[in-house]
Ligand binder design. Structure first.
Ligand code: KG4
Ligand code: ZN
Length: 353
C-alpha cells in the first residue's frame, strides 16, 4: 500500500510516499528556515502562507520521486495536531481535497506519534509491535516528553516539560548568544570545541522526582528548561563576550556548558523512566535527537543500562512527512467519515496520560 503523507504543522512543508508502513519511496521537505531566520523564531502567519505556496509543488515532487503516478496512491495521511493552527489547516484541507478527488481513504494522525514512528522507517528495527513496550524520548522545538508505548495503538504520557521544550531552550540560547535560528545545530557545532564545565548552569529538573503525580504524570519524568535560559541571560549580563578570539572561545565554552545542562536534564528523566517502566527498547526522536552530544550520552546510557537504542535516520529526525505516512501505513490515525469531518487540533496531547 502506497501512502502519501503530508506534514505542515510548523515550518516545514513536507510530503512523502511510504510503501507498507516502512519503505520510504520519497521524502520531500521544503524548509522555511530562511523565511523565519531574521525573526529568531517561527512567525505563524508567514509559515501558513509559505505552506500554501509550497505544498502543491512539494506534493507533485513526492509522487514523481516515488516513481509512481497519482492513481497508485492508495491512501492519504496528514498531521492534524499538535502544531500551529493556520499551518495545520493548510495540510488538512489539502489532504481532504486529495482524498476526495483520488477517492482514497484519509488518515489523520498525531504529529507526536508520527515522530515516534520515525525510528521504524527504512531500517531493520523489526516490526513496531515487536519493539514494545517502548520508551520514547521525544525532543523537538515545541515538545519534550517521555512516552511509554505499550503497543502501536497504546500510548501513555509519562512526563513532559512544564515550560520550554528542549529545542526551544537551544533556540532561545542561540538568540541570546547572537548566533541565529534555529539554534540547536549552531550550538551543537560550537559546543564541540568548548569546555562543558566552564559554567555550571542549573539542571532543569523538578525538585522531588518521586513526589506526587502532576496531572497524572511522574515528576521524575518531567522537565523544566525556562530557568536555564534565564541563567544564561544573567550570565551574559555579567560577563560580556569580547569581539575577538577570546570571545569566540568563551562563546564555545558557554555553548558546551549550556548543551550539557540540557542533556543532563534529559538523561536524568530517561534514567528515571527506564527504572520505573523497564521498557524493552528506548527510542529517541524529534529535531533535537540530531544533537551529537545527546547521541553520545544516550548511547553510553543505553549501553550501561543494557537496553537497545532506536534512533531515527537523520532525514527523519526533524519534521517530515515520511513519519506521517509510515504511521498511517501501520494502521494508526483517524479514518473513514470521521477523518473527512475532522478539524485541526493545535493542542492535541502527545498521548493519553
Ligand atoms: O522536530 P523539529 O524539526 O520540529 C518541531 O516539531 O519542533 O525540531 C526542531 C528543533 C529546533 O528547536 C532545533 O533547534 C532543534 O530541533 N535541533 C537541534 C539540532 N538540530 C535541530 N537541537 C540540538 N542539536 C541539534 N543538532
Ligand atoms: Zn515535530
Amino acid at each position: 500500500m502506497n501512502v502519501l503523507g503530508i506534514e505542515t504543522s510548523c515550518d516545514e512543508t513536507a510530503a512523502a510516499v511510504v510503501q507498507d508502513g516502512t519503505r520510504v519511496l520519497s521524502n520531500v521537505v521544503a524548509s522555511q528556515i530562511s523565511l523565519h531566520g531574521p525573526y529568531g523564531g517561527v512567525v505563524p502567519e508567514l509559515a501558513c502562507r509559505a505552506h500554501l505556496e509550497a505544498l502543491p509543488g512539494v506534493l507533485q515532487s513526492a509522487v514523481e520521486q516515488a516513481g509512481i503516478g497519482w492513481r497508485q496512491v492508495d491512501a492519504v495521511a496528514v498531521t492534524y495536531g499538535p502544531g500551529l493552527a493556520s499551518s495545520l489547516l493548510v495540510g488538512l484541507s489539502a489532504a481532504k481535497a486529495l482524498a476526495l478527488s483520488l477517492q482514497r481513504p484519509l488518515f489523520a494522525v498525531n504529529h507526536m506519534e508520527a515522530h515516534i514512528c520515525s525510528v521504524f522507517l527504512n531500517r531493520a528495527a523489526g516490526a513496531f509491535a515487536e519493539n514494545c513496550p517502548l520508551l520514547a524520548l521525544l525532543v523537538s522545538g515545541g515538545h519534550t516528553c517521555l512516552v511509554r508505548v505499550e503497543a502501536p495503538d497504546a500510548y501513555r504520557l509519562l512526563g513532559q516539560t512544564v515550560d520550554d521544550a528542549a529545542g526551544e531552550a537551544f533556540d532561545k540560547a542561540s538568540n541570546l548568544l547572537g548566533l541565529g535560528y534555529p539554534g540547536g545545530p549552531l550550538i551543537d557545532r560550537l559546543a564541540s570545541g568548548g569546555n562543558r564545565s566552564a559554567v555550571r548552569f542549573p539542571r532543569g529538573r523538578l525538585l522531588r522526582p518521586e513526589g506526587e503525580l502532576i496531572h497524572g504524570m511522574q515528576p521524575g519524568c518531567c522537565f523544566s528548561f525556562s530557568g536555564l535560559k534565564t541563567a544564561l541571560m544573567y550570565h551574559l549580563r555579567e560577563h560580556s563576550l569580547p569581539d575577538d578570539e577570546s570571545g569566540e572561545k568563551l562563546r564555545s565554552d558557554l555553548c558546551a556548558s549550556y548543551q550539557e545542562a540540557v542533556i543532563d536534564a534529559l538523561l536524568s528523566g530517561v534514567e528515571f523512566a527506564v527504572r520505573l517502566e523497564r521498557p524493552r527498547r528506548l527510542a529517541v526522536c524529534g529535531g533535537v535527537s540530531l544533537n551529537s552530544r545527546l547521541h553520545e550520552r544516550i548511547a553510553e546510557f543505553a549501553d550501561e543500562a543494557g537496553i537497545d537504542l532506536l534512533l531515527a535516520e537523520r532525514q527523519f529526525c526533524a519534521d517530515n512527512a515520511a513519519m506521517v505516512a509510515g504511521l498511517a501505513g501501520a494502521g494508526r490515525g483517524i479514518t473513514g467519515a470521521a477523518a473527512m469531518q475532522l478539524d485541526i487540533d493545535p493542542n492535541l496531547a502527545p498521548a493519553a496520560v
